[in-house]
Design a protein around this ligand. Structure first.
Ligand code: PEP
Length: 250
């Protein structure tokens, strides 16, 4: 995947099926010629309906998770193969809420990433430090360990299907956005790590999104930074006008 600019939404556990369909319908109507790639991450139950609705639209669909097992007796889980069969093209993995509340460690995420890629999904892989780690100046070592633990074992070919999302945990859903300088510093650091692992061209081609209280007011300033290729948007992705304004800012 060449370096593309992207705005991706993460609906989290919001919207009934009917509400999600209504939001997707409005986005389809309004977002016809975006200047960047547009992805919406929806709960599993929306995927098939929304992917079908958005056929022929530039908007792509992502799952917010997938199982770390291929198939079988794992009640309540949804496999990467099932996600792919809905028409979704992406899978968000490593979100800090999954890491914190569902104890997804490096190894679990490594399995999920491998299964998502093996089933033809592109992965939006989230990394980021918590507040205490930022205050202790440990943010670089934290994100490096997250990459080394779950994705840096991938081949150069597989890496082309990875989009990174830097999401400082202290900024998610808190209204506390990283400053453009803080975000740019981290994105440049991440691109440097990718360069060491996969080479300069791969680093140049890697899409790195910023996430964490990115909204229609601060998006343009963040997106103006050279290493910030777009955003992963939570709260503001639930309101069509706000999400569309962020897409327009990219
Ligand atoms: C997210 O959950 O990925 C996120 C960035 O949320 P918010 O935009 O609400 O901070």
């Amino acid at each position: 995947m060449a370096r593309i600019k992207m705005v991706a939404g993460n609906w989290k556990m919001n919207k009934t099926l009917q509400e999600g369909v209504a939001l997707a319908a409005q986005l389809k109507e309004d977002v016809k010629n975006p200047k960047c790639a547009v992805v919406i991450g929806t709960p599993f139950i929306h995927l098939a309906t929304v992917a079908e609705m958005l056929k022929g639209s530039p908007i792509k669909v992502a799952a917010e998770n997938c199982a770390d097992k291929e198939k079988g007796a794992f009640t309540g889980e949804v496999s990467a193969e099932m996600v792919k069969s809905t028409g979704a093209e992406y899978c968000i993995l490593g979100h800090s809420e999954r890491r914190a509340y569902y104890h997804e460690d490096y190894e679990i995420l490594k399995n999920k990433v491998e299964l998502a890629l093996a089933n033809g999904l592109k992965v939006i892989f989230c990394i980021g430090e918590v507040k205490e780690e930022r205050e202790a100046g440990k943010q670089n070592e934290v994100v490096k360990a997250q990459l080394e633990g779950s994705v840096f074992h991938l081949s150069a070919e597989a890496w082309k299907n990875i989009v990174l999302a830097y999401e400082p945990v202290w900024a998610i859903g808190t209204g506390l956005t990283a400053t453009p300088a803080q975000a740019q510093d981290m994105h440049a650091y991440l691109r440097g790590l990718v360069a060491k692992q996969y080479g300069a061209q791969a680093a140049e081609d890697t899409t790195i999104l910023y996430g964490g209280s990115c909204n229609e007011k601060n998006a343009a300033e963040l997106f103006a930074c050279p290493d910030i290729d777009g955003g992963l948007i939570g709260g503001a992705a639930l309101v069509a006008e706000k999400f569309e304004a962020i897409i327009a800012a990219r």
